[in-house]
Design a protein around this ligand. Structure first.
Ligand code: NAD
Ligand code: UGA
Length: 465
């Protein structure tokens, strides 16, 4: 039914759709890849010299493939009509209304793409769910597509699950050399054929033994579980950071000692001011909601704990800053180093910086922020969404260099682990601050001893004062 795939279309030109399709185009010169989006401005940016997202290594690949076998377009019907294989790579944010508010993922964009495919498809299509979705979402997509099939004998659809595991900031490396590619599908002859076609695409650069094929539901669930396990490791180490601060144990030493056990492993054990990003919280909440819906309250409660610790860690860090600045930060200038949810990205979704700054703004601190990749308008919008536009105008300034942000400040708070923060001239910074000057390292990147020698009071996650 499904011929050899030569035309791939991706609906959703975001952090996943853009980089993933750029990699497919780069590695499969015989395949034409078209990325479409309903946001015309975003498509215009993908077609310009300044791409809408920052990812190390992305520009080079896009600029080389664009116009050759990689295209960005707003003509969704045409792209769908021509495609052999369609990735659905749209956002699935936490629902902010109605049933499942604050927990369930909003599947309206996924459903809307399914209906668009049903409307404009003209022949056989392999439809690939790349967005992160709850278990059984492929069934809804399939149901909508089967309805279209009833009216048109030329249509044939197979829905596959192919979740994405890239992390922002290292997306191109992760895509070029993934730990694994996961493909879920039906075990019918047509299902197996569709899976084989998608395997064939990835085989152009991923060793076959790293391409895992499963049934559809295992694939969908594995994505939620992978993110839940990763988030759980961070909450685990962050919970222990509080024990360290109270006892004199050092979190980095504990993480090192524990992670040396090969069964535990040393990755993803970096204590922090809490995990951010568009997915960990969303996907753990999605798992919690799924378990509640399945009448498994004990499982739901277990995973909810991961989120609770994360929120507590952010609050705890903000409280620490207030306490150490003599229990009042009212009208005090505090420099915020870093706003992105991690280094090497301009993405701020669910960044812990937003939450820590909100807590400090509630105490009327004057915040002066610097981040090398986040736009000023983005910071202002993010903060206004959790406080108010007036508060932001009154309390927040955005600087384009860290020395200006720290000038006259009582404290520096490191919220993103940008490499450039390590090598700043802290002698110069200290000279221009209010004294005593304090540094709160929420990312464990600075040399506490050297800073203390300069004259700073230092506080770091998981380190006893
Ligand atoms: P994003 O918000 O960056 O991009 C989604 C895009 O889809 C937007 O540009 C939006 O305009 C477009 N879109 C929405 N509905 C549409 C429609 N009906 N027709 C056409 N375009 C439409 O989202 P993202 O970060 O790329 O995430 C996409 C999915 O991938 C989510 O389910 C997410 O959980 C998952 N995921 C994300 C990451 C990540 O690092 N960001 C990693 C793995 C998986
Ligand atoms: C994460 C996963 O790592 C990806 O595999 C997954 O595909 C993706 O979510 C997704 O589904 O969206 P991402 O959120 O981009 O990727 O970035 P991570 O490197 O996982 O970092 C997430 C947050 O955890 C960041 O705020 C980071 O600073 C924090 N973190 C990470 C820690 O606090 N400690 C660590 O040891 C690791």
């Amino acid at each position: 039914v499904f011929g050899k795939v030569s035309k791939v279309v991706c609906v959703g030109a975001g952090y996943v759709g853009g980089p993933t399709c750029a990699m497919i185009a780069h590695k499969c010169p015989h395949v034409t890849v078209t990325v479409v989006d309903m946001n015309k401005d975003k498509i215009a940016e993908w077609n310009s010299d300044k791409l809408p997202i920052y990812e190390p290594g992305l520009d080079e690949i896009v600029f080389a493939a664009r116009g050759r076998n990689l295209f960005f377009s707003s003509d969704i019907p045409k792209a769908i009509a021509e495609a052999d294989l369609i990735f659905i790579s749209v956002n699935t944010p936490t629902k902010m209304y109605g049933r499942g508010k604050g927990m369930a993922p909003d599947l309206k964009y996924v459903e809307s793409v399914s209906r668009t495919i049903a409307q404009y498809a003209v022949g056989p299509k392999i439809v690939v769910e790349k967005s992160t979705v709850p278990v059984k979402a492929a069934e809804s997509i399939g149901c909508i597509l089967r309805e279209a099939q009833k009216n048109n004998a030329n249509l044939k659809f197979q829905v596959l699950s192919n979740p994405e595991f890239l992390a922002e900031g290292t997306a191109m490396k992760d895509l070029a050399n993934p730990d694994r590619v996961l493909i879920g599908g039906e075990s019918s002859t047509e299902g197996l054929q569709a899976v084989a076609e998608l395997v064939r695409i990835y085989e152009n650069w991923v060793p076959r033994e790293r391409i895992i094929t499963t049934n559809t539901w295992s694939s969908e669930l594995s994505k939620l579980v992978a993110n839940a396990f990763l988030a759980q490791r961070i909450s685990s180490i962050n919970s222990i950071s509080a024990v360290c601060e109270a006892t004199g144990a050092e979190i980095s030493e504990v993480a090192h000692a524990v992670g040396f056990d090969t069964r535990i492993g040393n990755k993803f054990l970096k204590a922090s001011v809490g995990f951010g990003g568009s997915c960990f919280q969303k996907d753990v909440l999605s798992l919690v909601y799924l378990c509640e819906s399945l009448n498994l309250p004990q499982v739901a409660e277990y995973w909810q704990g991961v989120i609770n610790v994360n929120n507590w860690q952010r609050r705890r860090f903000a409280d620490k800053i207030i306490a150490e600045l003599f229990n009042t930060v009212t009208d005090k200038k505090i420099a915020i180093f870093g706003f992105a949810f991690k280094k090497n990205t301009g993405d701020t979704r669910e960044s812990s910086a937003i939450h820590v700054m909100k807590h400090l703004m509630e105490e009327h601190a004057k915040l002066s922020v610097y981040d090398p990749k986040v736009q000023k308008s983005q910071m202002i919008n993010d903060l206004a969404a959790v406080t108010s536009a007036d508060d932001v105008t009154r309390l927040v300034t955005v600087e384009t260099d860290p020395y200006a942000a720290a000038r006259g400040a009582h404290a520096i708070v490191v919220l993103t682990e940008w490499d450039e923060f390590v090598d700043l001239d802290y002698n110069k910074i200290h000279d221009n601050m209010q004294h005593p000057a304090a540094i709160f390292d929420g990312r464990l990147i600075l040399d506490q001893k050297a800073l203390r020698e300069i004259g700073f009071r230092t506080f770091a996650i998981g380190t006893a004062p």
